[in-house]
Design a protein around this ligand. Structure first.
Ligand code: HEM
Ligand SMILES: [Cu+2]
Length: 576
């Protein structure tokens, strides 16, 4: 092909078009990545303040002062919201998906580059908006990341429920718009821009995971956006979608007839798929990395695809498991419980296949591989408590205790983060042209893995012992006194784990400038991003359109000259 015919062949000139308002999916991916990196440090800092407050409630901290109980709730709300939206939704999909989806399917860019740029900058505005909530009068809201009314729907219910809460809801609404734009782009790109020979069943599992995540996003964020707009109206325009007759401080409010449960339904109709939006890309990355570093094809490729599809499908039918305590009919609870148990099946298939992929492989224990194994470990440890929580009878005891906090941090929080770490260590050479330091990568891995278990495992015990969540002063509760040493242990573990994250950041920035130069295919992997230059040129393949002849995980192919066959290798050996 003549370079002139390719509209993507000309790289933009000038700093602003190249790095700020860039239309290049790779630059936009890196922008998303750094936005999420900033957000995760904000979120971690807030969790550190929470953990310190929990064990030393009267401590006067430098800069922050003494944390009052209502300030604790603000920290909690902002921590959860920033982590879920601006870290777990932003980095795996907006960051890595943007950078690698087009390259892995052999496309020169996303289908709609301008829309892509808009998605990023809209997400950025959402982030600034939520941070602004800290600085307005009354401070940040205290209604938790789930924003249940009437607390979230009436301005006078507490400090932070004024302007702070408006900013919080506005930020979420803007975030939804950005995610909807992103989802359209991902779906169109996957369906329309695949290179010749890149059939659906030859797509890397990462591409499948970003594609399915985008479909979930399209269906889920639209609902949250509408729900959020109604909440803003209840707060500011006098409507009563979510507010029944309420009395605040002895005063009857003007609302009547609304249903707080309506919000819970709408929120969790979004909220449960959201946990899969967070974890699916991690599943894709784990599959990609486990196969590459075990030097074996992924075990059961088709089963992996169908498992992700069915997780996405069932993900929309189980939201009621968050509402067993809301007074729903036992028959509905039974249905939600059963459907929730169904999701265990594809999840177990995936776990079995990851283990099957490693079984008798020639495993290379590089840092990305360690993180992928860590992902599987956390996914299982966090996942096993799911079927327990899915029993309405048990959930009556466990709901709103630390058991839940332990469960969702392991499976949704840290497992997804391990997926991102695996992705960072794996793709860093391609993105920045240099290698990250392996020894520091390993040290970072072992401290983070041990630290994570030390923080979140005791939470299960705490919950079983009746330790309620979203509460700031356990030192005042007699029956929980026995558990304070455990709280202290978790706080020390959190301090060490958070400190260890600086190893990662230093490694990241140091390697970006000083790491050894990376070759085009340092891991001897097979997918398309490893066939092009490091870092890839503006149009990804330097004016050449790749043609695909093989499936994505052809390792250890009998009769092949090397132990792997690239997807673009000519079809001389019989593979998929
Ligand atoms: C450094 C690691 C982390 C620590 C030490 C930590 C600690 C905490 C603590 C102490 C709470 C409050 C529990 C309560 O009082 O009910 C909390 C809540 C929460 N965290 Fe984390 N967290 C960490 C990482 C994450 C990550 C990666 C996510 C991403 C999913 C996350 C999401 C949440 C959510 C959604 C809540 C609930 C907020 C709410 O109830 O509104 N956390 N975390
Ligand atoms: Cu759920």
């Amino acid at each position: 092909m003549v370079a002139m015919e390719n509209p993507h062949a000309h790289a933009p000139q000038g700093f602003i078009r190249k790095y700020i308002f860039s239309l290049d999916h790779k630059v936009i991916g890196i922008q998303y990545f750094f936005l999420a990196l900033t957000a995760v440090f904000v979120g971690m800092f807030l969790s550190l303040l929470m953990r310190i407050h929990l064990v030393w409630p009267n401590a006067v901290l430098p800069l922050v002062g003494e944390i009052k109980p209502e300030a604790y709730l603000s920290l909690l709300t902002m921590h959860g919201t920033i982590m879920v939206f601006f870290v777990l939704t932003t980095a795996p999909q907006g960051g890595f998906g943007n950078y690698f989806l087009p390259i892995q399917i052999g496309a020169p860019d996303m289908a709609f580059p301008v829309l892509n740029m808009l998605s990023f900058w809209t997400t950025f505005v959402a982030f600034i908006t939520i941070l602004a909530a800290f600085f307005v009068s009354g401070g940040a809201p205290l209604h938790g990341w789930t924003g249940y009314p009437p607390l979230s729907a009436v301005q006078s219910t507490g400090p932070g429920e004024g302007l702070g809460a408006d900013l919080w809801i506005t930020s979420i609404a803007i975030f939804c718009i950005a995610s909807l734009m992103g989802a359209l782009n991902f779906i169109t790109t996957t369906l329309d821009l695949r290179a010749k020979g890149m059939t659906l069943m030859r797509m890397p599992l990462t591409v499948w995971s970003w594609f399915i995540t985008a479909i979930l996003g399209l269906l889920a964020f639209g609902v949250l956006l509408s729900a959020g707009i109604l909440l803003l109206m209840d707060r500011n325009l006098g409507t009563s979608f979510y507010v029944p007759l309420v009395v605040v401080n002895g005063q009857i409010m003007g609302h009547k007839g609304g249903s707080p449960l309506l919000w819970q339904h709408l929120f969790w109709f979004f909220g449960h798929p959201e946990v899969y939006i967070a974890i699916l890309p991690g599943m894709g990355v784990a599959s990609q990395v486990l196969s590459t570093f075990s030097r074996k094809p992924i075990f059961g490729y088709r089963a992996m695809v169908y498992a992700m599809l069915s997780i996405g499908f069932f993900g929309f039918m189980v939201w009621g498991h968050h509402m067993f305590m809301s007074g729903m009919s036992p028959y509905s609870a039974f249905a939600f419980s059963l459907l929730t148990m169904c999701i265990g099946v594809p999840s177990a298939i995936k776990t079995f296949n990851w283990l099957g992929t490693m079984w008798k492989g020639h495993i290379r224990f590089h840092t990305p591989m360690l993180y992928a194994i860590g992902f599987v470990s956390l996914f299982v440890s966090g996942g096993l408590s799911g079927p327990f929580l899915a029993q309405p009878v048990l959930d009556i005891q466990l709901h709103d205790t630390y058991f839940v906090v332990g469960h969702f941090h392991l499976i949704m929080g840290v497992a997804a983060i391990f997926g991102m770490f695996a992705a960072t260590y794996y793709w860093f050479p391609k993105m920045f042209g240099r290698m990250m330091n392996e020894s520091w990568g390993r040290i970072h891995f072992f401290i983070t893995l041990a630290g994570t278990y030390a923080i979140f495992m005791p939470m299960h015990y705490l919950g079983l012992a009746g330790g309620t969540r979203r509460y700031s002063q356990y030192t005042e509760v007699a029956y929980l006194q026995k558990l304070m040493p455990l709280h202290q242990f978790m706080t020390y573990a959190a301090i060490i784990t958070i400190a260890a994250q600086f190893i990662f950041v230093v490694n990241l920035f140091y390697s970006m400038f000083k790491g050894p130069k990376a070759s085009d295919n340092p891991w001897e992997a097979t997918t398309l991003e490893w066939t092009t230059a490091t870092p890839p040129p503006h149009d990804n393949f330097g004016g050449v359109t790749p043609v695909v002849h093989h499936g994505p995980y052809e390792y250890g192919v009998p009769g092949a000259p090397k132990d792997y066959v690239m997807q673009t290798d000519p079809a001389t050996v019989a593979t998929h």
